[in-house]
Design a protein around this ligand. Structure first.
Ligand code: BES
Ligand code: ZN
Length: 454
């Protein structure tokens, strides 16, 4: 291991330069105008994997391509086989005016590397590639076979990867999947995440008049769709955050004593959280802590709300339509299809007859929950401790990685979630960053992991 660790230490500068190159691709999966950037990014990644010494290829899909890169196999290898999953697509960078430097022009300030995709997920995933590079370039034998699957559609629901898994079951069959696409509470506090929330996404459009109307001439006699949508959405929950849609909480379980104890070890206070998010006060259903609210309770969120005139100054109209982009985060035991059904039925039932409602369905995924005491989980905890020098904490997280459920269903394998992102990394926000200590220690963690897992 000394050779591997020395190689990692000696090459940090180059690794950061390479990561910056990777971050220059504007691989925004949600925006069709970036299709070419996603392809170029996938091709760059394949070339990079080949330079490291992996067998790599771009796999076309109906959407953005998937990169598959494998360690060279001995004939009839009997070594354990692990998959490292990650994504090279990123969230839209808007609003651009809030970035202190352009999102696709990486910039280093002290220990932080700023760019869209730096923490989510290019930087985190790249740490694993660098660890393998260290094994291969120092001639250190890997105790396992590795396959990297790096997709371009995670941020839009991983639909095509799911098909790809089913079509390539044999090649991708593995013992465990390793993913670094979650968080850790602080640079010196590594974490093993044992649960993720699920998700359903949809858009509601309410249409009233056939066109925008003069609000002086017609206002009062026709429904205002923006008002109707506001009133409808306001009925979804009470002031404390309890969702009033009947059946929404069906099956939602309380945390066990063991889990409650783990939460107490989380090194971010409520005051610290409040400061981090910049809200005047924290919020949430009574009887639950903020960490529970954001990891193990379901939510109904408006992600975007649009209607009427958005330009400067005023324009006196009754808008023709209003639209909301919604996602609900789901927890174990909530079935996405069922929750979607009851939520849509409730919205339709409560929609006033003065507007027409259209609901279009988006992606969906179940929550994920895995044992933190399994053998692979214990191995991961040891690798984290060796790399970061601190006992890792076990935690649930509120984000979603849709494909991890498919890994279990299609490949029968559990996923180890070993996140390297910090709470202040600004994932999905302006000025996203990645901490370079997390990058370096993440590489060490990955290097140790293959030893501990075998
Ligand atoms: N890296 C995140 C998931 C994540 C972040 C998990 C923090 C736990 C903690 C991932 O890239 C992501 O953003 N996923 C989306 C999935 C959705 C678009 C289907 C999410 O959670 O919003
Ligand atoms: Zn993300």
């Amino acid at each position: 291991m000394k050779l591997v660790l020395d190689y990692l230490k000696q090459n940090q500068g180059r690794f950061v330069t390479e990561l910056c190159e990777y971050l220059r691709f504007a691989s925004v999966s949600a925006q069709p105008q970036h299709k070419k950037d996603l392809l170029a990014c996938a091709q760059w990644l394949v070339k990079h994997c080949q330079q490291i010494g992996l067998d790599a290829r771009v796999c076309e899909t109906d959407g953005h391509p998937i990169v598959v890169a494998k360690t060279k196999r001995e004939k009839n290898s009997t070594k354990p086989h692990f998959m490292v999953y990650g994504h090279y697509d990123v969230q839209p960078p808007e609003p651009l005016e809030l970035w202190t430097s352009p999102p696709f022009e990486p910039r280093i300030v002290g220990k932080n590397l700023f760019a869209r995709g730096s923490t989510d997920n290019k930087g985190q995933n790249f740490a694993h590639l660098k660890a393998v590079e260290a094994y291969l370039k120092t001639g250190t034998p890997l105790p396992c076979d590795l396959t990297f699957v790096i997709e371009g559609e995670e941020e839009v629901g991983s639909k095509n990867l799911s098909t790809f898994l089913k079509n390539n079951r044999k090649e991708l069959a593995c013992d465990t999947i390793v993913v670094s696409d979650t968080g850790m509470p602080a640079p010196k506090h590594p974490a093993l995440t044992y649960a993720l929330r699920g998700i359903i996404a949809f858009e509601i459009t309410l249409t009233g008049p056939a066109r925008d109307l003069h609000s002086g001439i017609f206002g009062g006699a026709v429904e205002n769709p923006a008002m109707a949508l506001s009133q409808l959405l306001a009925k979804v929950r009470d002031e404390k955050g309890v969702i009033k849609i009947p059946g929404f909480y069906q099956g939602v379980a309380a945390l066990s004593k063991y889990e409650q104890a783990q939460i107490k070890r989380y090194p971010l206070s409520d005051a610290g959280l409040k400061k981090l998010v910049g809200s005047p006060q924290l919020f949430g259903e009574q009887g639950f802590s903020p960490l529970e609210h954001r990891s193990s309770r379901p939510t109904f969120e408006i992600n975007g709300l649009t209607s009427g005139y958005q330009g400067e100054g005023s324009k006196t109209i009754v808008p023709s339509w209003a639209r909301a982009k919604i996602t609900c985060r789901l927890v174990p035991n909530q079935k996405p299809a069922h929750v979607r059904k009851i939520v849509c039925a409730w919205l339709k039932k409560n929609c006033p007859p003065t507007v027409r409602m259209k609901i279009s369905a988006g992606h969906g995924a179940e929550a994920y929950l895995v044992s933190p005491t399994s053998k692979p989980a214990q191995a991961a905890l040891r690798a984290l401790e060796k790399a970061f020098g601190t006992k890792p904490i076990l935690m649930r997280e509120g984000g979603s990685i849709p494909i991890v459920n498919e890994f279990k269903k299609v490949l029968g394998a559990d996923t180890l979630l070993l996140g390297l992102g910090l709470p202040d990394d600004n994932a999905h926000s302006p000025n996203e960053k990645f901490n370079l200590d997390c990058f370096a220690n993440g590489q060490r963690m990955s290097a140790f992991l293959w030893q501990e897992l075998t």
